[in-house]
Design a protein around this ligand. Structure first.
Ligand SMILES: [Zn+2]
Length: 185
């Protein structure tokens, strides 16, 4: 009885989810403001999330981080689609502007063959890896998943993508490149 009541109350309050969880940092941080240094973001992303998860759960961590990125891609993709509709040019332009505004990176489309199920993106000045030391591997699993989520929202109809990072500053490539494979059927 008690348990049911608690659950109902929590649901009635409509606990914020997805992008709503970000809230209003500028209001909550009148002195410190809504932005943080890229160094701090990387400390969280590369040390906390990447290395921390690897040490905890091993190789599975990459796919876990990828899935997390995908989840965020769904959230942002839906918010953008509400403004642009399913118009590829408008969607890509709005997305590029948003990623620049947020300082995530400079997005450009290298190849767009939706009929063949292949899209390739380049991200310059990536917030996660631009200027990082060469570690001999791609590190942007979160961003790969994020792009996958954004693509799946655009494609709609339950169509699925897989995204692989083929170039990364972590490998000394000087940029990030992501290859999207749209699953057929
Ligand atoms: Zn990268």
């Amino acid at each position: 009885m008690t348990k049911t009541t608690t659950k109902t109350t929590a649901r009635a309050k409509a606990v914020p989810r997805g992008l709503e969880l970000i809230g209003h940092p500028a209001e909550g941080r009148p002195t410190l403001g809504p932005t943080i240094p890229v160094d701090l973001f990387r400390a969280l992303r590369l040390i906390g999330v990447m290395e921390g998860l690897e040490d905890t759960i091993g190789k599975e961590s990459a796919s876990l981080v990828y899935s997390s990125g995908k989840y965020l891609g769904y959230g942002l993709g839906k918010a953008i689609m509400e403004q642009t509709g399913r118009d590829l040019t408008r969607y890509a332009e709005a997305l590029t502007a948003k990623l620049k505004e947020l300082g995530v990176g400079l997005l450009s489309i290298l190849e767009l063959k939706l009929d063949e199920g292949i899209v390739r993106f380049q991200v310059d000045e990536c917030v996660t890896c631009a200027g990082m030391p060469v570690v001999g591997r791609a590190v942007c699993h979160f961003e790969a998943g994020f792009i996958g989520g954004l693509m799946e929202v655009f494609l709609g109809g339950g169509r699925k993508c897989h995204v692989k990072e083929t170039k990364c500053n972590g490998m000394g490539d000087g940029t990030c490149e992501f290859e999207v494979r749209i699953k057929q059927g």
